[in-house]
Design a protein around this ligand. Structure first.
Ligand SMILES: [Zn+2]
Length: 476
């Protein structure tokens, strides 16, 4: 997912790191004033006023090219009770494209808050896409975690006969980790630790709910100016398959972040594939370049074995015959993990130690997301997050009151029983319609799109263009 847009000159930085010259110079968000946007202070929610002296009060703001200041409810001239029902919403501008869907920045007419509007395309094209969208929709409504993007609302669907599109409202985030990594903004060790901590914190939650993300990459890690991070884009996510005899698709994970077991054609894999991706991202944060940047899946595997050495046969147990033969045919490679120390000055012994636990060829021996959180490298990230960024701890005059569980798991497993019960597109349409209607019951004034607005027509054109691209991708 990538953002684009123009900038409003408004500084929203809170300089997290005392003594850093970088904060105000680079870590500002130039938020935009598009013609259609309403006034938005773009002030990140400052918390932790009682943070101990010397402890950064707030993470250094990160630059981004899009306006936002997400999650900051803004006063609105007319209270929600006076808004006619349903409230109409107009898109402001496009902000990115997920694996399956187009995202726009919009203003919620009920409270003036800037939020993200995602159109889920081609929902009812066939049963496969119907199941995929319903799964993603249910996941977005299931998630309750600060480091995982969730649905704030779903636009009111029309009558069944006209029901073709689904629009989901999520929090608006200002940038993503890909944009941050390729930008000239310096990334300090403190940034890397607080980002990695949040990625793993969100991942632990997903895995504890039995969900594999399957496309963890920097572009799917949204970040705000205050360094808050949320995992997004669940278009490829699915429930963990406990039965090893059940085949799973290998068309997952952007190649650079693809785990060796997937590259080697393993028909069954688990949450370890996401941890591998996080390891690649950790190295990328340190080195500011993609760790394994190959042109093809075979070269991808070669780059991995260049670093980790030729894997033992036991690590290739689930590999397909061709992939195993490819490894065995090649020269025996010794591991060269010491090159990881050269990624940057931030590649300390502790950092490389954790990195080497994530980049383990054998998924059975790779560290889990939950165990990675216990690594001492993340202690500072945890402290920083819970001192001034989280929603789970709070400050009282005498100090900070910390939550009991810093990295809470999901309170229940995500159910995928719907997946198998969907037998036709029409039945799926009915189920999704009912799901959205029931989800909205008793909530706020329902939202709908104003199809007559010029902005909406532009929105539709952009989504139609992107939808055709997605369709071609799905056909392959
Ligand atoms: Zn907390």
């Amino acid at each position: 997912m990538a953002f684009h847009g123009t900038g409003r000159q408004q500084t929203v930085c809170g300089n997290l790191f005392p003594g850093s010259e970088l904060g105000h110079k680079y870590f500002c968000v130039n938020t935009s004033t598009g013609a259609t946007s309403t006034g938005l202070s773009a002030t990140p929610s400052l918390t932790g006023p009682t943070a101990p002296a010397g402890t950064p009060r707030h993470p250094t703001s990160l630059g981004g090219s899009i306006g936002g200041g997400a999650a900051v409810p803004q006063p609105h001239s007319s209270p929600a009770s006076e808004v006619p029902s349903p409230a109409e919403m107009e898109p402001d501008r496009p902000i990115g494209y997920g694996a399956f869907g187009v995202v726009w920045s919009v203003t919620d007419p009920r409270d003036g808050r800037k939020v993200a509007l995602k159109k889920m395309p081609n929902v009812f094209q066939n049963l496969v896409s119907c199941k995929r969208v319903f799964r993603e929709l249910r996941m977005l409504c299931f998630f309750k975690h600060d480091n995982v993007l969730s649905a704030l609302d779903i636009l009111q669907p029309p009558q069944m006969d006209c029901f073709e599109e689904i629009y989901v409202i999520t929090e608006l985030m200002q940038s993503d980790l890909h944009k941050v990594i390729v930008s000239p903004q310096p990334l300090t060790t403190d940034h890397i630790k607080v980002f990695l901590y949040q990625i793993l914190r969100g991942l632990k939650y997903l895995h504890s709910a039995g969900i594999l993300h399957r496309d963890i990459k920097p572009g799917n890690l949204l970040v705000n100016s205050n360094c808050l991070l949320k995992i997004c884009d669940f278009g490829l996510a699915r429930v963990e398959e406990p039965d090893p005899s059940r085949h799973m698709t290998q068309e997952v994970v952007t190649q650079y972040y693809r785990a060796p077991e997937v590259l080697m054609g393993s028909r069954h894999y688990g949450s370890a594939i996401d941890v591998w991706s996080v390891g690649c991202i950790f190295a990328e944060l340190l080195g500011r370049r993609i760790l394994f940047q190959a042109q093809s899946p075979i070269q991808q595997l070669d780059l991995i074995t260049d670093l980790l050495g030729t894997p033992p046969l036991s690590a290739m147990a689930s590999a397909c015959e061709g992939a195993r033969a490819h490894i065995l045919r090649g020269p025996h490679k010794p591991p060269s993990l010491s090159v990881l120390y050269m990624l940057s000055d931030g590649a300390t012994h502790e950092a490389v130690h954790l990195l080497c636990r994530m980049l383990v060829f054998d998924p059975a021996k790779r560290i889990s997301g939950s165990d990675a959180l216990s690594h001492p490298y993340l202690d500072e990230g945890r402290l920083r997050y819970h001192t001034c960024m989280c929603q789970c701890c709070y400050s009282v005059p005498s100090g900070r009151v910390y939550t009991r569980d810093f990295e809470p798991p999901a309170d229940r497993n995500f159910s995928h029983s719907y997946d198998n019960s969907l037998l036709s597109v029409w039945q799926g349409k009915e189920l999704i319609h009912r799901f959205i209607t029931e989800h909205q019951q008793g909530k706020r004034v329902p939202l709908c799109i104003n199809p007559q607005s010029a902005a909406f027509k532009t929105f539709i054109r952009s989504t139609a263009w992107h939808s055709s691209k997605v369709s071609r991708k799905e056909e392959r």
